[in-house]
Design a protein around this ligand. Structure first.
Ligand code: NB4
Ligand code: NI
Length: 188
């Protein structure tokens, strides 16, 4: 299982790399990579497991965060977030997005950033995404709210982008034009 010691932190060069597309059919190694990423997110939301293994909670994690620059990430939202969504996304893409923006009023955090960086992170309010599952089947879905924000956070990791790159350094809480605030506690 993935432990906190496996998660690379800010300053590690892999976090600034563009990750590589994954070839199908998936190797046993790449299949296990996807499964391990999803397992981490689910474990991190399980109080017992999180306590036992001192896991920082997350709703998502991307392969480069465990120093594997491959285009795979996992997202998991249990019913407590009101979003019932769990996915392993391989070679994910945003195929279209709203003009309207959105941001978490709590700001964002990152398992690879051991400090709190206050400020709004403007993202697209709604995205149509496509990706492949571990079986190589393509899936397409429309996301809004926290799942849309989280998908964009993880996709950024595959392109070497960190959440704080989007924060207005002059005025971190400056009003964002045509944007919807999303009230979501980070539960961290
Ligand atoms: C990714 C998220 C940061 C903003 C919003 C949130 C948490 C992360 C980073 C968008 C994506 C990890 C991956 C949370 C959290 C709410 C749901 C269910 C029960 C606790 C859990 C806490 F932990 N972010 N952490 N940060 N990232 N919500 N929740 N709760 O997930 O770095 O690249 O278990
Ligand atoms: Ni992150």
């Amino acid at each position: 299982m993935i432990r906190m010691k496996d998660i690379i932190r800010e300053g590690h060069p892999t976090l600034r790399k563009r990750s590589e597309e994954v070839q199908f059919p998936l190797s046993q190694e790449d299949r296990k990579l996807g499964e391990d990423l999803l397992e981490y997110v689910i474990n991190s939301q399980d109080e017992e497991m999180a306590q036992k293994y001192d896991l920082r909670p997350g709703v998502g994690i991307a392969a480069p965060q465990i120093n594997v620059p491959k285009r795979i990430f996992a997202l998991h939202f249990d019913e407590s977030t009101g979003e019932n969504l769990s996915m392993i996304a391989v070679n994910p893409k945003i195929v279209s997005h709203s003009v309207e923006k959105a941001y978490l009023t709590s700001g964002e955090g990152c398992l690879s950033v051991d400090r709190s960086i206050p400020g709004y992170v403007p993202r697209y309010a709604r995205v149509t995404v496509k990706a492949f599952n571990l079986e190589g089947e393509e899936f397409k879905m429309r996301l809004k709210g926290l799942p849309a924000i989280a998908f964009q956070h993880e996709l950024d990791h595959l392109n070497g982008i960190m959440f704080f790159d989007h924060i207005n350094s002059q005025n971190p809480f400056a009003e964002i034009e045509n944007a919807t605030p999303i009230k979501q506690d980070l539960g961290e």
